[in-house]
Write a protein that binds this ligand. Structure first.
Ligand SMILES: [Zn+2]
Ligand SMILES: [Zn+2]
Length: 242
């Protein structure tokens, strides 16, 4: 299940896009000035939605009476198997549109741009020791041609200079697109979906995915990682459903 080919393809497409559209803003397409931080120009950057007051564990925005707490009611009631989630953007417009473009229209430069946006927001502190992208079932990988989570993880791993563990987890159970399912159905579908294939020589790893919706996928993979001996599991996602 090597992702070498799609990654090469991704890099090539990225280079061509850079050549054709030298540093244009992802939102307004204007050419960026030297003090802008790609992928967004300063003007757009200040208007784009950020995920605010997120639960420390699952990043869902805390509202009303929960605002003073660090952990949301759901995580208090049924704590997920991961310790924390890092995410800066809500899975709503315009980010949901860019994710769709990246994931379903095979527009890989958009994925690269969103990964750079994530890095711009990140302090670079408290990094995990290694990154594990959420694996795709081989049938889904064949349909899509690339694993969208693996390409994000690869970019972050290169930037942070930490190992990328692409093959330690496999998806052994094929699940239908979970996007339309409610949380209990998602949990049922995802149970037993992952298998850890090798011993992981790190105590703190981060699961990487494009979007967190109910958190069921990350929770199931985190459970398996914990079972295999990893002490601390973080989650890194570009967007969080709110
Ligand atoms: Zn702009
Ligand atoms: Zn939570």
């Amino acid at each position: 299940m090597s992702s070498a080919k799609p990654v090469k393809l991704w890099q090539t497409i990225g280079k061509i896009a850079d050549f054709l559209l030298p540093n244009s803003c992802l939102q307004c397409q204007q050419v960026m000035r030297s003090d802008d931080q790609p992928p967004f120009c300063k003007a757009c950057s200040s208007t784009l939605p950020l995920l605010m007051n997120g639960c420390a564990q699952c990043a869902v925005p805390l509202s009303g009476e929960h605002r003073e707490q660090l952990i949301c009611g759901q995580c208090q009631k049924a704590p997920p198997a991961f310790e924390q989630t890092t995410c800066f953007r809500p899975y709503s417009k315009p980010f949901s549109g860019w994710i769709a473009k990246y994931k379903y229209e095979k527009h890989l430069p958009t994925g690269l741009a969103l990964s750079n946006d994530f890095l711009n927001q990140h302090s670079g502190r408290f990094l995990p020791q290694a990154l594990i992208p959420v694996p795709l079932h081989k049938k889904r990988l064949k349909q899509r041609g690339y694993n969208q989570a693996a390409l994000i993880a690869k970019h972050l791993s290169k930037h942070w200079e930490i190992p990328l563990l692409s093959n330690v987890a496999i998806r052994q159970k094929y699940t239908e697109q979970m996007i339309k399912l409610k949380k209990p159905e998602r949990e049922k579908q995802i149970t037993g979906a992952f298998k850890i294939t090798t011993k992981i020589p790190y105590s703190h790893v981060a699961i990487v995915d494009d979007v967190m919706t109910s958190g069921a996928t990350a929770n199931e993979l985190a459970k398996m990682l914990k079972k295999s001996g990893v002490a601390e599991v973080s989650v890194i996602v570009l967007c969080r459903a709110v």
